[in-house]
Design a protein around this ligand. Structure first.
Ligand code: NAD
Length: 335
């Protein structure tokens, strides 16, 4: 009998991690999931799921035992509201998680290690214009990420680089650009813009109050990548021989106002936008996918409209389940 390759997914209780576990199971891998919590919205498909705090070295040794590959997704993270308000906590927690997980993987003889970085590592000075030039991998330096979240990601990228050079562990590094989809956080303060927008518009539809709050003037730009493309790209990168950081995202840029209009159209309602003060992040951000296409011979395929269609339906269901109509106004707060 052929032995299945054994892999670890950290952050397997989170949004991308839970989808990745299901994807790897379908590909025939034996999967251990590790997280502080079980997935919130569905059962994990993992063969084994362990609740462990990966800030701790002993837990990292336990998590990385008897596996050949690690997908390192665990992080203390959230949308702009969370990232811009918890710098010290994020820097402390994520540094410990990544230092200990990679060292433990090396100690346990792990062969391949994929680290999930972020477009948040790109310098603020290249993202001051809404009509931004798409960001190439080499634009990362001279470094000036906007937040501690991005600085930590950058250091962990460098950590992976040196562990490969010094110890021979095959590290891969992906830089995500705004991943969205079903089974992700949609309320509570850690949700990201697409989920927050779907929640607000679902609440508007239910209550009949069609005024939607948007942080800032809504002219800030981003690109958004659907979750099935994300896990496909992750898998392709792990299997490739490319060991430098690689963007993974869509390269179609929209404003937050446009994002709101697309979701409203899907919901079948007309909305009024109310622009309020709030953290907006960088003014513009888009992914340059030239290297992604070259390296993976592939790029994300699902359109924003198609991805938002299923995401919106799922979030509308969540809002309906958790709200009586009387409470719905409470969800129409901030992105
Ligand atoms: P998520 O918050 O849904 O998942 C992260 C998981 O890590 C959570 O389930 C959390 O409980 C777990 N975790 C946090 N601290 C931990 C600890 N001490 N020990 C064990 N587990 C711990 O986030 P996600 O969107 O699935 O993101 C996955 C990875 O991708 C993260 O590293 C994130 O920084 C990165 N990323 C995501 C995006 C995006 O758009 N979603 C963009 C850029 C980068």
């Amino acid at each position: 009998m052929i032995e299945k390759t054994r892999v670890l997914v950290t952050g397997a209780g989170g949004f991308i991690g839970s989808h990745l576990v299901s994807f790897l199971k379908e590909k025939g891998y034996w999967v251990r999931g590790v997280d502080l919590k079980y997935p919130e919205f569905s059962e994990s498909d993992a063969d084994e799921f362990e609740i462990l705090d990966l800030r701790r070295w002993d837990n990292c040794l336990q998590a990385t035992r008897n596996v050949e590959e690690v997908y390192a997704l665990a992080a203390d993270m959230g949308g702009m509201g969370f990232i811009s308000a918890h710098h010290a906590q994020i820097l402390y927690n994520n540094s410990l998680i990544n230092l200990h997980t990679l060292e433990a993987a090396k100690t346990n003889g792990v062969k391949r290690y994929l680290y999930t970085s972020s477009a948040c590592i790109y310098p603020e000075y290249l993202q001051e214009d809404a009509n931004v030039t798409p960001l190439k991998e080499e634009d990362a330096y001279p470094a000036q990420p906007q937040d501690a979240y991005g600085w930590e990601k950058l250091v962990s990228e460098i950590l992976c680089h040196h562990y490969r050079e010094d110890y021979g562990i095959e590290t891969r590094t992906v830089r995500f650009h705004n991943i969205f989809g079903e089974n992700g956080t949609w309320d509570g303060g850690r949700e990201k813009a697409p989920a927050a927008m779907c929640r607000k518009i679902a609440a508007a539809k239910i209550t009949g109050n069609h005024e939607i709050e948007i942080w800032g003037d809504g002219e800030q730009t981003r690109s958004f990548c659907y979750i099935t493309d994300c896990v496909e790209g992750l898998f392709r990168l792990m299997r490739s021989d490319f060991h430098e950081p690689l963007n993974l995202g869509q390269d179609r840029m929209v404003t937050i106002n446009q994002l709101a209009d697309i979701v409203a159209e899907i919901a079948g309602i007309t909305i009024t936008k109310k622009h309020i003060d709030g953290p907006m992040g960088v003014r513009g951000r888009n992914s340059d996918n030239t290297k992604l296409r070259e390296v993976l011979n592939w790029e994300p395929e699902i359109s924003l409209e198609k991805g938002l269609q299923t995401t919106y339906q799922w979030i509308e269901e969540q809002v309906k389940q958790s709200l009586s109509e009387k409470d719905a106004n409470a969800f129409n707060q901030t992105v």
